[in-house]
Design a binder for this molecule. Structure first.
Ligand code: PLP
Length: 442
């Protein structure tokens, strides 16, 4: 039987879709075939307002002409160039641009092709750094409950979402987890950073007491957890975590795959929150989602720790065939130009309060048990239907899509992270459609 997109379930059989209920989806697919600005067009020809920047990534909106042109020119001029023992000029330019945007002395850049690769790269650099300095015993990696750090073995080992871990055996040895910061009893319906929970950072002291600091290489956290349902950090939490890491010589990694490039109203959450980590992982907004690319930003002292020994020897045995791929580099430079010239980070900061007020207007809508927001990110948590976890949130997503709005559902939470080009009237549409759908959802 053909669905409204003209494809039969059999036509869709070969593609094993990621993080998707394949059998259910293929019976009732949601297919996107075009995109421009704030809108997708569905395969059946409807305009869909994008409330999630694709998947937290298209921060400059879709199909920006300057980004499209840069990719096209690069494809024609230099389709591919290796960056193992070779280079191409624009890769250095993009690294410089990122270093200039980064806070503190995070002025060296390792290119990857995704957020997951950025996370595994950062974890490997942390381990190798301590070894390089003669502290090879620092092998433990600390993540946090409910965290999402992509799907590499490193990322799921420090990650804290059970469903992403339990199918894959024992994972990396020597990982441990801080408690998560979600505290609906004290913090429900907080606007921006919740008031309670800075003391949860002290959980790192518990792990230090348990394992001894001399065995711990790094702690990785999302400054604002995204995929677990948008959890902004309690006020003072990140500062406290930074101080404890400093006290014990532990590297602090911020996973900014979602939060970098304007999502919180600045280039990086680190600068917005005034807490400088030792490494920052990025991807997504780096090219506004147009070409896969990630980058790890590293403090000067970490890079320099590797620059010893014979000059002809490779300092870090790590890299990807597509590290600094020319198309991604061209897209990255053009994207940074667009962010700067169109003042999109500033725009996100200016819109944040309007967005906050709009999403919090859903507080009285049926089924809503919590609303959380920070910058242009928001989570609207629903009460699950008894005995049917996540079904209500997925139904709301489906009905919003039918009504012309793309949102995301993560667990019981509806997540919003629109392109930074969103206008106030688009925010009204987005929230209005969600309100209507909630009002008529069982
Ligand atoms: N880290 C964080 C914080 C993320 O949100 C994501 C993806 O959503 C990743 C890592 C993984 O990125 P990717 O899907 O590009 O591998």
């Amino acid at each position: 039987m053909r669905n409204e997109t003209g494809l039969t379930a059999a036509d869709m059989e070969s593609f094993w879709m990621p993080f998707t209920a394949n059998r259910r989806f293929k019976q009732r697919p949601r297919l996107l075939s075009k995109a421009a600005g704030m809108y997708y067009e569905s395969a059946d020809g409807r305009r869909i307002l994008d409330g999630v920047a694709g998947l937290w990534c298209c921060n400059a909106g879709h199909g920006h002409p300057r980004i499209v042109e840069a990719i096209g020119q690069s494809a024609a001029a230099l389709d591919y160039a290796p960056t193992f023992q070779m280079g191409h000029p624009r890769a250095y330019e993009l690294a410089d641009r990122l270093a200039a945007l980064a806070p503190g002395d995070l002025d060296h850049v390792f290119f990857t092709c995704s957020g997951s690769e950025s996370v595994d790269t950062a974890l490997k650099i942390a381990l190798a750094y301590h070894r390089q300095r003669g502290e090879a015993g620092r092998t433990r990696l600390i993540g946090r409950e409910r965290a999402y750090h992509g799907v590499g073995f490193g990322g799921i080992s420090v990650g804290g979402i059970a469903a992403n871990r339990k199918q894959f055996a024992a994972l990396l040895p020597g990982c441990d987890h801080l408690r998560h910061t979600h505290d609906p009893v004290r913090n429900a319906f907080s606007r921006g950073l919740p008031a309670h929970g800075a003391e949860l950072a002290d959980d790192l002291e518990r792990l230090v007491a348990l394992h001894d600091a001399s065995t711990i290489a790094a702690v990785i956290v999302e400054p604002v957890s995204g995929s677990t349902g948008v959890l902004p950090p309690p006020k003072g939490y990140l500062e406290r975590l930074r101080a404890i890491c400093d006290r014990h010589g532990i590297l602090l990694i911020f996973d900014e795959v979602i939060t970098a490039f304007g999502r919180l109203g600045g280039a990086f959450a680190a600068a917005v929150f005034g807490v400088v980590p030792d490494l920052i992982t990025t991807a997504k907004g780096l090219t506004s989602g147009s070409v896969p690319m990630g980058a790890v930003l590293v403090r000067k002292g970490i890079y320099e720790a590797f620059m010893h020994g014979p000059e002809q020897s490779i300092e870090l045995f790590h890299g990807y065939t597509y590290s600094a791929h020319p198309l991604a580099v061209a897209a990255g430079i053009a994207t940074l130009d667009v962010y700067r010239d169109e003042r999109l980070f500033e725009r996100a900061a200016e819109l944040a309060l309007y967005f906050e007020n709009a999403v919090h207007s859903l507080a009285t809508a049926p089924h809503v048990v919590d609303i959380r927001n920070c910058g242009l990110m928001a989570g609207i948590e629903l009460e699950p239907r008894p005995g049917q976890p996540t079904v209500r949130a997925m139904e709301v997503l489906q009905r919003c899509f039918e009504a012309g709005v793309l949102i995301r559902a993560t667990g019981e939470t509806l997540a919003l992270s629109p392109p930074l080009i969103i206008a106030e009237r688009d925010i009204d549409t987005l929230v209005g459609v969600i309100a209507e759908v909630l009002a008529t959802t069982a």
